[in-house]
Design a protein around this ligand. Structure first.
Ligand SMILES: Cc1ncc(COP(=O)(O)O)c(C=O)c1O
Length: 422
């Protein structure tokens, strides 16, 4: 396989120490929940390519839509030109949203969607200042354990230690990052913080119900209700980053539905295109949108990624939304949830296991520590599954279309892999 050895001297992998990183597995094809390797091995995918492939890989309806689109118009700039895939997608996303979350800004990655959310929240205040409003509301309140991306703006609102960005601490904009208000002490600290500092804040940002890349840590819907109440009380924008949790992952179409509260801005990506191609969306309320309207070009939102609203991504996303309407994705998430709870439970008895938890189609086994994540990953590959241990957790976020047998294989492999490592 010369492409792998030749290319290995030229690629730079994500989150990898390149001096010691093992040669990646050569993937040549995907189908459903399976990844086919060049050497003939087939792996059942437990993480749906970083939580994107919610309908399984190569769903024929998405493939057909993208194929038709690539023939017609693979890309066209969004500045000054409109196209049906994006306009239709914006209309459908707005229809899925509650309240006045009606304005969709498209971009090409989750990090950029969050950058745009920050820009909207901050600039809405700055625009207001130009007409004599309050100055100095430029900070974003974020939470320990949170993760919102790898660009410099988003690094500044990740957990400073856990967010993989501590090296850049002195270079980042300073935003307050505090504990999530989930118990008496953290609630009191949160309330006090706001009393003292709300005047410097434009927004609060949170991953609703699950802090994903920060370790798959869950919190109760009541936390989101508290954030909503605080944001409303102090006049802050509430941003829900649903890049991981959106599209059925937590058991409802969007995680915020479980709390019965509505944010002012929501960010989406990952499963938006069913994992087919990069696309992200930042959706804002009519009220925030109105803050950008004036006779002056100076109050416009100055953002415009080259590939924003890429027609292929939009075609994939529209087809993905068709599938949510036609196929029982939320029922599948509920069935996955029950099976994960049943079949990961035995892991609780293994030495070194600290917690086993399930929410929607997310199953997590948390350990005291994982000595050698790469070795564990390869032991799991030897059992025919693709799972990516990180920090001290092993997790499953499979396609919502995974079969019960495939999911059983994943759960059994995790139990066997941890037993062997114990
Ligand atoms: C909640 C959340 N926000 C933002 C991002 C960043 O998305 P991207 O990797 O597409 O830039 C991620 C990625 O894992 C995420 O989980």
């Amino acid at each position: 396989m010369t492409w792998l050895e030749d290319g290995w001297r030229h690629v730079w992998l994500p989150y990898a120490q390149m001096q010691t990183a093992p040669l990646p597995l050569p993937a040549v094809r995907t189908e459903g929940s399976r990844i086919f390797l060049a050497d003939g091995r087939v792996l059942v995918d437990g993480i749906a390519s970083w939580w994107t492939a919610c309908h399984g890989y190569n769903h024929p309806h998405i493939v057909e839509a993208v194929t038709a689109q690539v023939r017609e118009m693979p890309h066209v700039m969004f500045g000054g030109l409109g196209h049906e895939p994006a306009y239709r997608l914006a209309t459908r996303l707005a229809a899925l949203m509650p309240g006045s979350l009606n304005r969709v800004f498209f971009s090409d990655s989750g990090s950029v969607a969050v950058e745009v959310a920050i820009k909207i929240a901050v600039q809405a205040r700055l625009n207001h200042c130009q007409s004599g409003g309050e100055r100095g509301r430029t900070k974003i309140l974020a939470f320990l354990g949170g993760y919102h991306g790898d660009t410099f703006g988003t690094m500044a609102i990740c957990d400073p230690e856990e967010g993989m960005h501590s090296l850049f601490a002195g270079l980042l904009q300073e935003h307050p990052v505090v504990p999530l208000p989930r118990d008496a002490a953290s609630i009191a600290a949160f309330e006090l913080f706001l009393e003292e500092h709300a005047g410097s804040l434009a927004a609060i940002i949170v991953e609703p119900l699950v802090q994903g890349a920060g370790g798959m840590v869950f919190h109760a819907p009541a936390v989101l209700q508290r954030l909503r109440a605080a944001a409303t009380h102090y006049g802050l924008s509430l941003i829900f980053d649903e890049i991981f949790t959106g599209f059925g992952r937590t058991g409802t179409m969007f995680a915020f539905e479980q709390a019965g509260v509505v944010p002012d801005i929501i960010t989406l990506s990952k499963a938006l295109t069913g994992g087919t191609s990069p696309l992200a969306a930042t959706i804002a309320t009519d009220e925030l949108f109105a803050a950008f309207l004036s006779d002056s070009p100076g109050t416009a939102l100055m953002h415009g990624p080259t590939f924003m609203a890429n027609p292929l991504g939009c075609a994939a996303a529209n087809a993905g939304l068709d599938l949510f309407e036609r196929e029982p994705r939320l029922a599948q998430a509920a069935a996955i949830s029950a099976q994960l709870a049943r079949e990961l439970a035995p892991c609780r008895e293994l030495p070194g296991v600290r917690d086993v938890r399930v929410l929607g189609a997310i199953g997590v086994v948390e350990l005291e520590r994982i000595e050698n994540p790469a070795a564990l990953r390869m032991a799991l590959v030897a059992q025919g599954v693709w799972v990516r241990p990180f920090r001290n957790i092993l997790y499953l976020t499979p396609a919502l279309t995974i079969s019960t047998d495939e999911l059983s294989l994943l759960c059994t492999a995790i139990f066997a892999g941890l037993s062997a490592a114990a």
